[in-house]
Design a protein around this ligand. Structure first.
Ligand code: KG4
Ligand code: ZN
Length: 387
């Protein structure tokens, strides 16, 4: 079953075709990072407008990457060998290969979500395809079920059909640490369509903390890649930052105190008082101070994430553990996980950790197996959709 996925929850316009939930036939992502970098973060109004411009070309490219373009038969036009597109007749319509359309329903920025959901609803009506609504946060974990691709080799897929018991795929019970710019969740899956939230952040998401610390240190948006790059040249033990104490048995996270601790330390090191705005700090810090603060912050946030992941693994004894979401692209986090956890681990390729539509199409396959589809005339985007 081929599903076209559409994702527009934040600042990436994405479409992908995935077969049977696991085989990626195409994966197109147009990022708005360059536009938002100028402002140091995502501007929702600009994000929504950019989605409008990109969505149809992105969908078309996902279809043509997967199945080729319609119109390979050409009528002869005069004696010229140059194909004249006016005389092409389609011999196959890529839409004939699509069995359903999946779309991110939420959570995310409402203006951005509306572009994806309205596009998917319209296409579902016009092309007469079932419409499958997908939860973006849950979908991040499903990037780890995409193991094969016709165009790109990703992971260890050897052409076999999906097998729930094969270690090539995450096995249930599956513990997932899903960490991105908008959420930080620990999820326990006992099967497809059978999952629950074990703990979430009470305030900032982990990726959001990276983004805010980057701003304090004068590093470019998005903060995750720039902070981790600076950290490579820094001493992770130069500074000690506090970890939020939410109780020994708690599986919740809190990162707003850590972000404030970084701000206070950076102000102090820059010789400024606590009323100094972030924009004045980085000019007064040396390159080495910036790198050391980045490395020390990264050490604490990775330790905190793994403290909770380790506790959840002890409590629930999963068969496999997944680290998903944009922050899963962080190498220091992966290193800390491998140092401390002895479980069957799954990481998606870096390009599938951050937002993409292949994960949406993958989860949608399992969602529709449980019989869930949406009415294309009424599906509403939900910016605060919960797990
Ligand atoms: O999953 P994602 O693309 O979008 C959301 O659903 O939010 O995640 C984006 C977040 C950003 O906050 C970004 O700073 C963070 O993931 N991120 C990273 C890295 N790459 C992206 N955080 C830490 N280290 C990275 N290498
Ligand atoms: Zn995301």
């Amino acid at each position: 079953m081929n599903i076209l996925g559409i994702e527009t929850s934040c600042d990436e316009t994405a479409a992908a075709v995935v077969a049977d939930g696991t085989k990626m036939l195409s994966n197109v992502v147009v990022s708005q990072i360059d536009i938002h970098a100028e402002y140091g973060g995502v501007i929702p109004e600009i994000a929504a407008r950019s989605h409008i411009e990109a969505i149809l070309p992105v969908v078309n490219k996902a279809l043509s990457d997967a199945f080729g373009t319609a119109g390979s038969k050409k009528l002869e036009a005069g004696s010229s060998n140059t194909p004249d597109t006016r005389f092409q007749i389609p011999d196959s319509d890529p839409w004939d290969n699509i069995d359903a359309i999946a779309v991110t329903q939420g959570p995310g920025l409402i203006g951005s979500l509306l572009i994806g959901t309205l596009t998917a609803r319209t296409l579902a009506i016009l092309k007469n395809k079932p419409l499958i609504p997908v939860n973006h946060v849950v979908a991040h974990t499903y990037a780890n079920f995409i193991t094969g691709s016709r165009k790109q080799e990703a992971g260890s897929w050897n052409g076999d059909a999906y097998d729930q018991n094969s270690p090539a795929y995450p096995r249930f019970p599956l513990l997932s640490l899903s960490v991105s710019g908008g959420h930080s969740h620990l999820l326990l899956f006992n099967g497809h369509n059978d999952y629950r939230l074990l703990g979430a952040t009470l305030d900032d998401a982990a990726g959001e903390a990276f983004d805010k610390v980057a701003k304090i240190l004068g590093l470019p948006y998005p903060g995750g890649p720039s902070v981790s790059k600076a950290a490579l040249e820094g001493d992770p033990n130069r500074y000690d930052f506090p970890k939020a104490n939410l109780g020994r048995d708690s599986l919740a996270f809190s990162f707003s105190g850590l972000k404030t601790a970084v701000l206070r330390l950076a102000q102090h090191e820059a010789g400024l008082d606590i009323s100094a705005p972030s924009s004045l700090i980085s000019d007064k810090l040396s390159k080495q101070q910036i790198n050391d603060i980045a490395a020390s912050f990264q050490r604490i946030i990775c330790e905190t994430l793994v403290d909770k992941l380790e506790l959840a693994a002890k409590l629930y004894q999963p068969k496999s553990v997944v680290v998903a979401g944009g922050v899963a692209a962080n190498q220091a986090l992966r290193d800390e996980v491998s140092r401390r956890l002895d479980y069957e681990m799954h990481y998606a390729p870096m390009s599938l950790c951050t937002d993409n539509a292949a994960m949406i199409a993958s989860l949608a396959y399992f969602v529709q197996e449980a019989g869930t589809t949406a009415n294309p005339h009424t599906l509403m985007a939900d910016s605060s959709l919960t797990v």
